[in-house]
Design a binder for this molecule. Structure first.
Ligand code: ADP
Length: 468
């Protein structure tokens, strides 16, 4: 199958590939953005837990003198700060550094909240101070080693602040049990400093262990990612090489065809009937090879294509499918294969590359007609479902044997029944379809059974609301 428009120069640039180090830093920013989203979600959970603590304190479910006002105040403070964080996280950051600063400020808020909660829970009377360790672990995930070390020191300061302020008499000594332990910490500097040192030590050990594990995992992950990017880069470069080499094959074949037709058309005198037949066959084979080369070139181009959102325009699929269906119907006329598409209805627009989408649908429709039996029917449908357009091309043709369903998208694959039904195919149309769907962030599905027809479903994200 020859892709229409394959000869035209692609309007989409084959971009120079980014260097692995650039890719790695992009990766880190992406990773950080992912963690930021997760962090904001976890904080909403923390707001709920704090409110739950307030309720428990209010209903006096625990044998402790807990004051619910502290919990409500902290939950409100966390909720407000997280609301701000949620809104800010929706806008892009200028880079990883800006994102880290933002996270650091959020952590400071959390430390303050934890400090108040630990004071409300009698500081050393409960294990609340261990909650600071969660943030130390998070800091090792978000920040480089030195910064996570700083975050650990800040956590230590916030954790010990209520204890030291109580000892200094700057705030009232708050106890939730019988007050025995608190009387010792607030009355004896050595006990207070013992706790301060113990807390610092456990936070330090926590930071050390987690940061060591995390940094070795991070290093491995980045090495793997860089190796993967490098492989992709090499693969693309190889495709470009194949593209150039294949392109060079085209001219001699076109020349052979030209010579054959010159002979056939009698420029060097009349030739016997048999020779004319052979020359015609040479011409046909040249056509097929050129078609195959065109498909290979188109496929390699698709593989090396990096499309940016700027290259996309709003394409009305309804109008495009109406044209494709008409063309496919003309192609099916000889074998009485009918093509049905209901073109009435509002436009359904996707953000895409017109030329590529045209190649995609014409390949699917040509296949549907090509692999239909005489008198068969091909149906094309277009639906919107939430944020996607769903296009389905169904035929009643020879179908695809179940065991080959996965393989039809592989280069040069042709199922045995297709080989006998239509010997001239190249096995490159569906790989092209797959690449175009990938470039458009869509999905592709095939359902079929041998002898029972086939249905190909393409799902493409709709264009923005301003275009639909
Ligand atoms: P070609 O059609 O040139 O062989 P494609 O890549 O378009 O190449 O298709 C690959 C293979 O998938 C075909 O050879 C055929 O075996 C199978 N195939 C594709 N579309 C259909 C269809 N509508 N019905 C049955 N088989 C199909």
């Amino acid at each position: 199958m020859i892709a229409p428009g394959a000869e035209q120069e692609s309007s989409h640039r084959e971009r120079p590939l980014p260097r692995p180090s650039v890719l790695a830093s992009e990766l880190r920013t992406r990773e950080l953005a992912e963690r930021l989203r997760w962090f904001v979600l976890m904080r909403w959970a923390a707001v709920l837990v704090t409110l739950g603590g307030g309720l428990v304190a209010h209903l006096r479910w625990l044998p402790a003198k807990l004051d619910p006002r502290y919990f409500v105040a902290v939950a409100s403070m966390l909720a407000l700060s997280n609301l701000g964080a949620t809104l800010r996280a929706r806008r892009p950051f200028s880079g990883a550094v800006a994102m880290r600063w933002f996270l650091f400020v959020q952590m400071l808020t959390d430390f303050a909240a934890l400090s108040v909660i630990s004071y409300a829970c009698g500081t050393v009377e409960t294990p609340v101070l261990t909650l600071f360790m969660l943030h130390i672990i998070l800091a090792t995930q978000f920040f480089p080693s030195r910064h996570s070390q700083l975050a650990t020191l800040v956590a230590w300061a916030f954790a010990c602040a209520p204890l030291l302020l109580e000892y200094a008499g700057a705030i009232p000594v708050l106890t939730i049990f019988d007050g025995h332990l608190k009387a010792q910490t607030s009355g004896d500097l050595r006990v207070t400093m013992g706790f301060v040192a113990g807390i610092g030590g456990s936070y330090g050990v926590c930071w050390y262990l987690v940061s060591r594990i995390t940094s070795s995992l991070k290093r491995r992950e980045h090495q793997l990612q860089e190796a993967f990017e490098l492989l992709q880069r090499v693969d693309r470069e190889k495709s470009l090489y194949v593209l150039r080499a294949t392109h060079e094959l085209k001219s001699p074949i076109t020349a052979i065809q030209g010579y054959a037709y010159t002979l056939r058309d009698g420029y060097y005198g009349p030739l016997p009937e048999k020779a004319l037949e052979v020359l015609d066959r040479i011409g046909d084979r040249c056509d097929r090879v050129t078609g195959k080369i065109t498909d290979i070139i188109q496929l390699s181009r698709l593989r090396t294509l990096v499309q940016s959102p700027r290259d996309r325009v709003a394409v009305d699929l309804r109008a495009m499918l109406a044209v494709e269906a008409r063309e496919a119907a003309l192609q099916g006329e000889l074998r009485r294969v009918a093509v049905a598409f209901d073109s009435s209805g509002p436009p359904v627009r996707v953000a895409g590359a017109q030329e590529l989408l045209h190649t995609l649908f014409s390949n699917l429709l040509r296949n549907a007609v090509q692999y239909s039996r005489e008198g068969g029917q091909v149906t094309v449908s277009l639906d919107r479902s939430r944020s996607v357009a769903v296009i389905k091309v169904t035929d009643q043709g020879i179908g695809i044997p179940k065991e080959h369903l996965e393989e039809v998208f592989e280069e040069h694959f042709r199922s045995p029944n297709a080989l006998t039904h239509h010997p001239g195919g190249t096995g490159l149309g569906l790989p092209m379809v797959k690449e175009i769907v990938r470039i458009h962030d869509g999905q592709l599905k095939v359902e079929s059974e041998e002898g029972q027809g086939a249905a190909f479903t393409v799902t493409l994200p709709l264009a923005g609301p301003e275009d639909n």
